[in-house]
Write a protein that binds this ligand. Structure first.
Ligand SMILES: O=C(O)CCC(=O)C(=O)O
Ligand SMILES: [Fe+2]
Length: 300
């Protein structure tokens, strides 16, 4: 896996922990984004009911999604350029948690490239100070390098058998000030708790991908769950669609490959062991030479 962060110290922190915390070079962008945010009109009004949260990708208003993406491109591209080596913005979301909105489930972000070759990252930027009380992000340091499961819609996570224990023992709360951001490996296990404050907790999530990576999305094959189907994507796909459009696992995209489903569920003991051996584990996982997508069916 190639180097991705320009600063040496950040690169080694990222490899070790799966995330880094940065101070924005220009903290005023949050106020600029805030102004533009108030001009946007998502169908759920940034305030879905039933204790849910707003996520741009899930919203049904395509015009809103396009405007939000323009805003992200304008304001976030300089941050990507400053910190990451040859990365592009793939997609962006506002995550707005109204007061009392529910917990965001423990998860890893979707696999949007061939993860045996490339690392993708999320840049998460809060629009106010965040802490445990208003539902900030919580992460498990080191958890980005211990599983080669493909992450996608409807598939179990490697930790599903012991999620309660996971929440009780292993998370670290990421308290951020307005003007700071976390950049994390999309394989890092993370979640956020209920917003118990009286205001909405607002944040931006930007997904950045290596320029050289082929952009993919994975779906379990509904006819044979021993396999994944792989489709080609691009930024436009995330603007034009939302999850409800491909519940059947058959998105309107070019089919580019099929790989065996080798996902495994760990026990808590295996998870603890894997965390301890994380560095070696990652080397073994990612030392294979590049494989073309069309060859993936033969992957061990
Ligand atoms: O904003 C949140 O609470 C969740 C964000 C998240 O899951 C992400 O940025 O990948
Ligand atoms: Fe996430």
């Amino acid at each position: 896996m190639r180097k991705l962060l320009k600063k040496e110290l950040f690169q080694s922190q990222f490899e070790d922990l799966g995330y880094i915390i940065i101070d924005l070079n220009n903290p005023n962008i949050i106020d600029l984004i805030d102004k533009e945010y108030h001009q946007l009109n998502p169908d759920d009004n940034f305030n879905p009911n039933d204790g849910r949260y707003h996520c741009t990708f899930i919203d049904t208003n395509i015009q809103y999604k396009k405007k939000a993406f323009e805003l992200f491109k304008n304001h976030i591209t300089p941050i990507i350029k400053e910190h990451l080596i040859d990365y592009d913005l793939l997609a962006g979301n506002f995550y707005v948690k109204p007061k009392n909105a529910c917990e965001f489930e423990v998860h890893q972000n979707w696999s949007v490239v061939d993860e045996t070759k490339h690392t993708t990252v999320t840049i998460w930027i809060p629009m106010q100070d965040t802490n445990e009380f208003n539902g900030t992000l919580e992460v498990i340091p080191g958890s980005h390098k211990i599983s080669k499961n493909i992450t996608c819609l409807h598939e179990p996570y490697f930790f599903d058998k012991f999620e309660t224990e996971l929440k009780r023992k292993y998370f670290q709360t990421i308290n951020l000030k307005k003007g700071q951001a976390i950049i994390f490996d999309d394989k890092l296990v993370h979640y956020s708790k209920t917003n118990q404050s009286s205001k909405s907790r607002r944040a931006l999530q930007l997904i950045a991908v290596p320029k050289e990576a082929e952009l993919l999305i994975h779906f379990i094959d509904k006819d044979d769950s021993n396999y994944y189907n792989i489709f080609e994507t691009n930024s436009e796909f995330y603007l034009q669609h939302n999850i409800s459009h491909f519940m059947d696992g058959k998105p309107p995209l070019k089919h580019v490959g099929r790989v065996p489903n080798k996902n495994v569920l760990y026990t808590e003991e295996e998870f603890v062991e894997a965390l301890k051996r994380g560095n070696k584990f990652r080397k073994d996982l990612y030392s294979k030479d590049s494989i073309k997508t069309t060859d993936l069916t033969f992957m061990e």
